[in-house]
Ligand binder design. Sequence first.
Ligand code: SF4
Length: 423
Amino acid sequence: MSAASVAPKSVAPEGVEVVNFGCRLNLVEGEAMRRAAVAAGRRDLAIVNTCGVTGEAVRQARQAIRRLKREAPSRAIFVTGCAAEMEPAGFAAMPEVVGLVANGVKTARESWLGEREDSGLDSVFGRSPLEEGFEDHTRAFLAVQNGCDHRCTFCAIPLGRGVSRSAPLAEITAAAARLVARGFHEIVLTGVDLTSYGADLPDRPALGTLVRAILDSVPGLARLRLSSIDCIEADAELLAAFAGEERLMPYLHLSLQSGDDMILKRMKRRHARADAVALCDELRRRRPDMTFGADLIAGFPTETEEMAARTLGLVEDCGLTFLHVFPFSPRPGTPAAKMPPVASNLVKDRARRLREAGDAALRRHLRGRIGRTLVVLAERGGIGRAPDFTPVSIGRAPPGSFTKVAVAGHDGRKLFGKCLDDI
Ligand code: SF4
């Protein structure tokens, strides 16, 4: 699961404003929550959908609550999300806050019916998938799994989202078919710990089984993409799907966190450095155009210079292209918060070196695509995505359309070239 970013706020014409923080799953839930509140007849309401991954995310949520109150003093403000689950008293004590809504029931219409007092957080977590289309008929997110059974020492998410539970496979394929019928060309499967999909279901279908089921039962779907996965839990059927399914996009974002085995042990991660390298090599052997992104933490407690160097070396050894680098910040209530910290200047410096290595890897990746012709799915703002998630500048192609692009160059962040024709 990756750390906090402030997603654009969404305001319904009915005056229900949702401010989302954090991961894709929170973004998907935020949109479903806004629809649920509108359907429950709520008007003139603000909901802050918090993230609890970092102390910074919590600070930003508080800031947003105060800003919302200043902007509309008479509007009711409710708080939900992982940080509200982890620190309910802290948010409930804010004078600006009318009430808290449990993460597990926030997308249910019933949770927004009638006058709602602060009933505290009853963390019941549902099962059904959440389908939501976001980007201009371009890409839809399908949240198929929630919660987590692992206990990584730096992570508080299980405190905010409960145990892992999966949506039934048949409901997911039906939801995917509906999204394609609504005109979406790409579906992104998302969750908290996606690779644990199905472990709680009667037949224990693996993530690879789900991928195959969607591609087989929805022939009209042009592109299926996965959000972030745990490298050690990629199942055999998933690897086979990457090898044989053109419609499964050749891109994986890996939750690696470190490239040093001792640090991985202290993080309570389930993989070793060699497992990450082996997975990337194996997938590239089966699908030569595979591209990888990864989450990496800089400055985890007790990390020495040699250990940090092994993480830096992972960028090359795994052939990573898109890096999300997180300077370590302790989360209250996690074991890592009690471990001897690395000096903050070293944390910053190691994060800087990782980002620089990421930028250099991205430039190499972009350079390697000059002269190729790529099929790009257009998004808003003249940008589209190649199958391997590389951003491509595509001029005025309408969002949701496919365009062939002859790549002529790059600007260090994205490719550009000549649009040959719309497909
Ligand atoms: S796998 Fe680890 S990092 Fe990911 S949500 Fe679970 S506890 Fe957190």
